[in-house]
Design a protein around this ligand. Structure first.
Ligand SMILES: *Cc1c(COP(=O)(O)O)cnc(C)c1O
Length: 389
């Protein structure tokens, strides 16, 4: 095996696909220190700037004093603390669904939902640009796995119409993680209802950000029937919420099924209760600080206007994910390196995370950025366009 691995690693380097991990000193913020050098960064999913908020740090400290640092067991044994329970109730209430269930990560939440609800006799319908965790969950479930072209509801309808199966589950990102565009949730939900299919919505990038109160994609679109019994909502708590973890919100029957059969729920140690305790404060800030979302909106508008005349195209998006499509891996990496030389960090996203020939810089904005930060990025990109494009 060793020669194989060495050769595969070498090939990955040649194709400009080799991944390395920058080491960050200190907290997540717009200005970060990597390997002793300061950067203005546009690479975190800390969309509201909560990851280093003093109120959350205080809550984490209080949580540690109250609950210690480790849960010590799975939720089903003795790891389900008062803090976890209170957070589940608060989250269900916030998104307006009957029940919510906490998971340690969004990846694990998707695994649990898909594998607990569908199996060999069932069919999954998935948008082609879904997050890897949804695809992995689909494969693990052993259900038939049909993918439809990105946002193509006509194609999905055809698949739903012609598929005979015990259960049907449609899975989609609500906000697509590498593109920043959004699924037409109301139409999807109506389509699912027509064909007696379930809908799993992954709102990792919408929760906290979309809707005036940050309640996410279910509230950001008109005419979403949130009472639809076949709706399952998933959101993560390590992005806009600034901490870590995820939750699934749905009807009581679905949540109880996940508690009984969710393997990534039952067979893992519960996340530290101090995180749930911290997230209760985070949820307060998400609700109350609407100025963070308003500021973020202004930054998005500013960035899109400033980058209009670049030779590279900004993909259509009104979320904090603003991908600048470059195309080939090599030029994307050149641009990435040239920005770094100017003290700016924007992650290059390459295949297989995105399709071949669609490599990009994934600019992500945060409410912690200032107008001047966006101006600095835009000036650097314009300067580099003269040199590289
Ligand atoms: C980040 C992400 C996940 C995984 O969430 P984690 O909590 O980081 O494991 C799932 N789905 C989407 C769309 C994501 O962007």
């Amino acid at each position: 095996m060793l020669p194989d691995l060495t050769e595969a690693l070498q090939r990955r380097k040649q194709e400009n696909l080799y991944r390395t991990r920058p080491i960050l000193e200190g907290p997540q913020a717009p200005h970060i220190t990597i390997d002793g050098q300061n950067f203005l960064a546009f690479c975190s999913n800390d969309y509201l700037g909560l990851a280093n908020h003093p109120a959350l740090i205080a809550a984490a400290t209080e949580g540690a004093q109250r609950y210690g640092v480790g849960a010590g067991a799975s939720h089903l044994i003795s790891g389900h603390s008062r803090a976890h329970h209170a957070l589940e109730i608060a989250l269900a209430d916030y998104v307006g669904l009957a029940r919510a269930l906490l998971f340690s990560t969004g990846y694990m939440a998707n695994m649990a939902v898909v594998t607990a609800l569908v199996g060999r006799e069932d069919t999954i319908f998935a948008d082609r640009l879904n997050h890897a965790s949804l695809n992995d969950a689909a494969l693990l479930s052993r259900a038939r796995f049909l993918r439809y072209p990105h946002l193509d509801l006509a194609a999905l309808e055809k698949q739903l119409k012609t598929t005979q199966t015990r259960r049907k589950l449609v899975i989609t990102d609500a906000v697509f993680s590498m593109d920043g565009d959004q699924a037409p949730i109301a139409d999807l939900l109506a389509l699912c209802q027509r064909f007696d299919a379930w809908l799993l919505l992954d709102d990792a990038h919408g929760f906290g950000v979309l809707d005036a109160q940050g309640r996410g994609s279910l509230y950001a679109h008109q005419e979403v029937d949130r009472t639809a019994p076949h709706l399952i909502y998933m959101a993560t708590l390590g992005k806009a919420a600034g901490v870590s973890g995820a939750f699934v919100a749905a009807s009581a029957s679905v949540i109880e099924t996940l508690i009984q059969h969710g393997r990534t729920y039952g067979y893992t140690t519960a996340a530290a209760p101090l995180l749930a305790h911290t997230l209760l404060t985070s949820l307060q800030l998400i609700k109350q600080d609407s100025w963070r979302r308003e500021h973020l909106k202004q930054l998005i508008t500013q960035l899109r206007q400033a980058l209009q005349s670049l030779p590279w195209q900004l993909l259509p998006s009104n979320t904090p994910i603003q991908p600048l499509l470059v195309g080939e891996n090599q030029q994307t990496m050149q641009l990435d390196q040239a920005l770094r030389a100017r003290g700016i960090w924007v992650p290059a996203i390459r295949p297989p995370t995105v399709p071949r020939g669609m490599a990009r810089l994934r600019i992500s904005l945060s409410a912690a950025h200032t107008e001047a930060d966006v101006t600095q990025l835009s000036a650097a990109l314009h300067e580099l366009a003269g040199v590289l494009a």
